[in-house]
Ligand binder design. Structure first.
Ligand code: FAD
Ligand code: NAP
Ligand code: SF4
Length: 674
């Protein structure tokens, strides 16, 4: 059996899990409205059908005070049972198990009823919490127990009590947010009292034959967090209070250390789970940046964990487990940890989905049915848009020919994957490659398509997915030998030691990262080096696990990153990743200038005007990252009667605000309809 450790059963005494894969909690937005529960049920059904051992739902608040957002999903009256039974039934029909996550947001709630241990506002919310009174604490404990009992009645196999990432129970657990002087504040014995009360009352309400998972913060990554000794003390007390499993939580949401973005090395925090496992006797679950069956299996094999939680990887591919079990891991659509369509959507209060799998959380809307009549399709351009269109169309039974002028599939993703910290992007191309083979797409690389080729080929449908060309702004001197486009740079053109980057969108930031990378330094970045750069001490000797010193990298180049508009650079980057890019560049001395006018390029470098002052930036190389323009020369001016139907997708359709999320989604949506 492939991945024998990951895929082996786990006997919890009163129940068995069919394997060690836990689908971690992920809020999709479908949880919050009752009319979305049928769609949510299908979303879970697909994952259960795909073989996941245990699904943990998105967080559901035990009461109004605990809402993350106003009118968030609840399970606190019998009237909610009907909705939740749809979910449990769907999962049980497919042989899976499901636990409800109970999440009280505490001061992270985005509404006026927020409560916490003390009346201290969080740096990431404008709402100041009210400190819970003794009676309020008792009400809260009752609410947890009531929700757990209702969960049991709704058919859930267990609950996960969310005690990490800086939510309410974590707020009680750490002196950072707990300044109480009553029996819930002071030493760790008092600060953990609420968590223990909750676990005991949930256990009491639901009996012994019910899974109770506690998600415990193993490293808070904020000042005023707990030390390792305190965390172990809490874990042992939780075990004594009756938890079945302990899940790993890493870092508070307000921490300034990235914990899940793509530049975080895979399984960076697993050593913490391993240490905890040695200190307790209940099974423990590893989490964060674990996205392949090989890695998950090895963590269990080496004794670092008993189970592995993967949330985003199960959004990306509901069939993750089945494919692993059938030794088809190369067909897994791997989560690239971009956060673009999942967490960034959630933070914008939009429904979560997945960049590499646009069906995620839209299972009932984006359906790939077998084609009524197989047609012959030409897809021109094997970038993300064309790949997505070709694979979906071929999976539905169409005869698809995919052309690309380049020698490899992937379009601009071939450049994206060269950025240090974006190595995961190569996985998407590996996945698409496997899909093209599986569905018999006729791939013609090294073939630049022109109108004549299309005219003589007799296709029924032609999908133009030819992407973009980089914009070349009209700056005097732009044709000089010291000017390169981002494409030249990422393909290896020599670049000087001093550089001005024109344009500070996603690509300007990425190119700066690329230019700061020391030639020959290993990629992906080794874990210890990464931990050192972000001051993470996995021994957690200091409260919160923040090391006193930071490993500094001598910058490879002096870079000026420039934009014309006024305001913070990188403002358009993802909410969950933009700050990471900004911090990484700032640490390496990149000078970020806004409100710049480009006056002239010459042998001296780049002349700019800023705040009324002209200045020469004396740089050896100017790299242009000034956005893109659509390449759509294959689109006929008007459709020919009786000729093929033309379709335009991805960058070829619209270059502005193009990203791979839109490109892949447009390809899939079009192909689902053809
Ligand atoms: P493209 O990827 O441009 O593909 C078009 C393809 O068409 C090319 O392969 C080209 O060779 C081919 N072609 C063109 N004309 C012809 C012709 N006549 N005949 C045959 N073939 C032709 N997006 C994100 O969402 N997240 C990121 O983190 C991210 N990072 C990036 C980092 C870098 C460095 C770069 C360069 C891009 C990044 N992007 C990112 C953007 C993302 O790659 C693009 O949005 C996406 O590739 C657009 O897909 P597309 O299929 O429309 O076009
Ligand atoms: P972009 O985000 O649109 O940025 C283009 C930059 O060029 C802006 O800074 C813009 O700012 C500047 N610019 C535009 N026209 C200009 C002109 N005529 N002269 C000089 N400067 C000009 O595009 P991109 O960086 O090329 O990225 C392309 C797409 O890939 C983006 O949509 C992005 O979402 C995606 N991407 C995403 C990531 C990610 O991490 N999520 C990473 C890379 C790429 P000013 O006009 O203010 O100067
Ligand atoms: Fe993973 Fe990106 Fe999909 Fe989120 S959007 S699940 S991070 S691939």
């Amino acid at each position: 059996m492939p991945y024998p450790h990951l895929l082996s059963e786990l006997d919890l005494g009163f129940t068995k899990l069919r394997n060690r894969v836990v689908m971690g909690s992920m809020h999709t937005g479908l949880e919050d409205r009752f009319w979305h529960y049928p769609a949510l049920a299908e979303y879970y059904r697909e994952r259960a059908k795909g073989g996941v051992g245990l699904i943990v739902t998105g967080g559901i608040s035990p009461n109004r005070e605990g809402w993350l957002l106003p009118f968030g999903g609840t399970l606190n009256t019998v009237f909610d049972l009907r909705n939740h039974r749809k979910l449990t039934r769907a999962v049980h029909d497919e042989g899976g198990k499901i636990a409800l996550q109970i999440l009280h947001a505490g001061r992270y709630g985005y509404h006026p009823f927020v409560v916490s241990a003390s009346a201290l506002r969080s740096p990431i919310s404008k709402f100041k919490p009210r400190a819970l009174t003794g009676a309020g604490i008792e009400r809260t404990v009752r609410a947890y127990a009531r929700t757990a009992r209702l969960a049991q009645r709704a058919g859930y196999d267990g609950v996960e009590i969310m005690g990490s990432e800086g939510y309410l129970l974590n707020q009680f657990l750490c002196s950072r947010t707990n300044r109480r002087t009553d029996r819930y504040g002071g030493g760790i014995e008092n600060r953990m009292r609420l968590a223990l009360d909750v676990v005991r009352r949930v256990r009491q309400a639901c009996g012994e034959r019910f899974i109770v998972i506690y998600r415990l913060s193993l490293i808070d990554l904020v000042e005023g967090g707990n030390t390792w000794d305190e965390t172990v003390q809490v874990a042992r007390a939780l075990e004594a209070a009756g938890v079945t499993l302990i899940n790993t939580g890493i870092g508070w949401h307000e921490a300034r250390v990235p914990t899940i973005v793509t530049s975080v090395p895979r399984a960076a925090f697993a050593p913490l789970t391993a240490r905890l496992r040695a200190a307790v006797s209940v099974p423990v679950i590893a989490s964060n940046r674990i996205n392949t069956p090989e890695l998950a299996d090895s963590l269990i094999a080496e004794g670092s964990a008993d189970l592995v939680s993967m949330a985003r990887p199960l959004l990306a591919d509901p069939q993750f487990v089945v494919k692993a079990a059938e030794d088809r891991a190369d067909e897994i659509n791997t989560c690239i940890a971009c956060n673009q369509a999942c967490l960034d959507h959630t933070f914008r209060n939009e429904r979560a989905s997945c960049l590499v799998n646009p069906r995620a959380a839209r299972e009932t809307e984006l359906v790939y049915r077998p084609a009524a009549r197989a047609r012959s399709l030409a897809v021109v351009g094997a970038g993300p848009a064309g790949l997505s269109a070709a694979c979906v169309a071929a999976s539905r039974g169409h005869r698809v020919t995919l052309f690309d002028a380049g020698e490899t599939i992937g379009g601009q993703f071939n450049l994206a994957k060269r950025i240090p910290g974006k190595e995961e992007f190569a996985e998407t191309l590996r996945y698409f490659g496997a899909q093209l083979r599986k569905h018999g797409v006729d791939v013609r690389l090294g073939t630049r398509v022109d109108a004549a080729l299309l005219a003589r080929s007799g296709y029924d449908e032609i999908v133009v997915a030819t992407g973009i060309v980089p914009r070349r702004p009209a700056i005097p001197g732009i044709d000089g030998a010291n000017v390169l486009s981002y494409v030249d740079v990422l393909r290896g053109a020599p670049v000087g030691r001093t550089v001005a980057v024109v344009g500070a969108g996603g690509i300007g930031f990425d190119v700066s990262e690329f230019l700061l990378h020391r030639a020959g330094a290993p990629l992906p970045q080794p874990r210890d080096e990464w931990l050192g750069e972000w001051s993470v001490d996995l021994d957690v000797t200091e409260p919160g696990g923040l090391a006193q010193t930071r490993h500094e990298r001598a910058p490879e180049r002096q870079i000026w990153l420039l934009q014309r508009k006024k305001g913070k650079l990188g403002a358009g980057l993802g909410k969950t990743s933009g700050w990471v890019h900004r911090a990484a560049l700032a640490r390496q001395g990149v000078k970020m200038l806004d409100g710049v006018a480009y006056l002239e390029i010459g042998p001296r470098g780049l002349k700019i005007e800023r705040e009324g002052v002209d200045e020469w930036l004396e740089v050896e190389t100017i790299v242009v990252c000034a956005g893109q323009e659509s390449l759509r020369e294959l689109m006929p001016a008007s459709p020919q009667p009786g000729g093929p139907r033309f379709h335009l997708i991805g960058g070829a359709a619209l270059a502005s605000e193009l990203d791979a999320e839109r490109a892949i989604r447009e390809g899939a949506e079009l192909a689902a309809k053809l």
